[in-house]
Ligand binder design. Structure first.
Ligand code: HEC
Ligand code: HEC
Ligand code: HEC
Ligand code: HEC
Length: 412
């Protein structure tokens, strides 16, 4: 009798399946074994006969949705042709215990025995994988702009007052560069919620969604911080002396190290002086600033404003978000080069359907589909990245798994 085994875990076959597999996964990227046990790896040893019997199971139970070739023509139904056999096997067991929710798959596998599951997994994994979407289609597939581009677009409405790229050229208008996104978002929400009273700003930001606000904040934080192009009126030297009491919170030279405390370096001086008056008379109410502002007369407020306006601002330390390509590099560490997994537990993603990839990434993100690894990996993905990664993987060329005929093991 001849034995069939997949090419990719050959090393594992020789060195002991689980041990070698864990070794290939490595320390940095460890995939949680979950409930998998050695029996779940039986599919690796499937015989030619098993594959034939698996096809019969597929003909009676799976063709309506997955087709006999394992390439889906239905929205929401994944391609399973050429998928890694251990993964297919394990996922069917997961459906069986309701681990991916009560859906059509859960009903299908409910009464299947382990043997049938093993064989049908071997059958589908032995097939040629899907072609994947072609590039011209991928181009027309709508992608959402990334966070920074979306922020730039939304900020177009703000430049008239706050200046090109957030550097104010109009006396009385605050510059928006150099502000930490955390402070920025809190300021907008304070206008929206009415805690910071300013009817005009309230009207301007009232329609912005949470995502738009954070995109705008990110966009401004990543712009080059420059001093406002407005005149500084007041005595800089006197302002420097008065600023001694502000350094503890606003930082040396007005560059704040605390995301909730605004940087003051390079700020428009007329806005600055007006804000100090507002804190003093309570029209801008803030418990922290009430004290420092209350003892200031108009002249010292102007001097402080002049001093800070002449200081060199700095962009806050905000990491530039990763692009789709940079994310995909991280995903590939588990899912294989261009989504062609060589790890039995990690599914191949190459040439998978876009709609299915989007659906499951959102399910991981919301915790509806449980996986320790994918919960972590999907956490930082916004809608644009989910769509971008789905399209990225859908257009990769899929490599199936090669079957090798192995000599039958010695019989005693
Ligand atoms: C009534 C339609 C239907 C039938 C019949 C069906 N499936 Fe599915 N299958 C689905 C859908 C829909 C999903 C995606 C569900 C989800 O998001 O969890 C799925 C998902 C899967 C997955 C998970 C794939 C992955 O990439 O995670 C496997 C494996 C699978 N099916 C195998 C089979 C096998 C084998 C059979 C036959 C024994 C079968 N299915 C029968 C609709 C069906
Ligand atoms: C018509 C002019 C105008 C437009 C347009 C405008 N702003 Fe303002 N903005 C102001 C003024 C004036 C203030 C100061 C209000 C105050 O005293 O609280 C301000 C304050 C702010 C502040 C607080 C700055 C700080 O240092 O605390 C932020 C943040 C801000 N605007 C963001 C925006 C965004 C985002 C947009 C575009 C969606 C926008 N603004 C559009 C005039 C404008
Ligand atoms: C105990 C910490 C603390 C001290 C001391 C302090 N500040 Fe502040 N300051 C803050 C915080 C927090 C805010 C943000 C409050 C808000 O959202 O209105 C702020 C806001 C400001 C703003 C508004 C900036 C903007 O972009 O709208 C100015 C101007 C300012 N402070 C100036 C000063 C000056 C000048 C001094 C010294 C005389 C000083 N602060 C001392 C914590 C402090
Ligand atoms: C640390 C390893 C690891 C990393 C890194 C990783 N994944 Fe996964 N991924 C897994 C494992 C393990 C599974 C199977 C989990 C399960 O049982 O639901 C999985 C499942 C998936 C699935 C479900 C496929 C299917 O057929 O249902 C998708 C889609 C996916 N990952 C996409 C990604 C993307 C996109 C990234 C990068 C943002 C990523 N993964 C990064 C380990 C990883």
């Amino acid at each position: 009798m001849k034995r069939i085994a997949q090419f990719f875990p050959m090393k594992s076959l020789m060195a002991g399946l689980l041990g070698a597999w864990l070794a290939t996964v490595g320390v940095a990227q460890t995939i949680n074994l979950g409930s998998a046990n050695v029996a779940d790896f039986k599919v690796v040893y499937a015989t030619a006969q098993d594959v034939v019997e698996g096809k019969r199971v597929a003909e009676t139970m799976c063709v309506n949705c997955h087709g006999i070739n394992g390439i889906s023509v239905q929205k929401g139904v994944p391609n399973i042709a050429g998928q890694r056999p251990v993964y297919l096997h394990l996922e069917m067991k997961v459906y069986q215990v309701g681990g991916r929710g009560g859906n059509t798959m859960a009903n299908t596998v409910k009464y299947m025995n382990d043997d049938a599951i093993m064989k049908v997994s071997a059958y589908y994994s032995s097939l040629e994988p899907a072609e994947g979407i072609v590039v011209s289609n991928a181009k027309s597939a709508k992608t959402k702009p990334d966070a920074i581009s979306a922020g730039r677009a939304a900020a177009a409405a703000c430049g008239g007052c706050h200046g090109e790229a957030g550097v104010s050229k109009t006396a009385g208008m605050p510059s928006l560069t150099g502000l930490d996104p955390k402070y920025f978002v809190a300021a907008i929400n304070a206008y929206k919620g009415g805690q910071r009273k300013h009817d005009m700003m309230k009207a301007l930001v009232s329609e912005l969604t949470e995502t738009e606000i954070s995109n705008i904040a990110l966009y401004y934080a990543l712009q080059k911080a420059e001093k406002a192009g407005t005149p500084a009126v007041g005595n800089v030297a006197a302002g420097k002396t008065a600023a001694a009491g502000c350094v503890g919170c606003h930082g040396e030279g007005g560059v704040s190290g605390n995301p909730s405390t605004p940087s003051l370096a390079g700020q428009d001086s007329q806005y600055f002086a007006a804000v100090m008056r507002a804190y003093k008379d309570g029209s801008r109410s803030d418990a922290t600033m009430k004290g420092p502002a209350s003892s200031l007369d108009e002249a010292s407020a102007k001097n402080l404003a002049a001093f800070y306006a002449t200081q060199t601002p700095q962009s806050p330390k905000v990491g530039k978000p990763l692009s789709v390509a940079e994310w995909a590099e991280r995903c590939d560490r588990c899912h294989g080069v261009n989504g062609n997994s060589t790890d039995p537990r990690a599914p191949a993603l190459a040439a998978q359907r876009v709609d299915y990839l989007e659906k499951v990434l959102r399910a991981y993100k919301k915790g509806e589909r449980k996986s320790k690894e994918m919960a972590v990996m999907s956490e930082g993905l916004d809608d644009a990245l989910v769509d971008g990664l789905a399209i990225h993987y859908a257009r990769q060329k899929a490599r199936g798994i090669s079957y090798l005929i192995l000599p039958a093991p010695p019989t005693k």
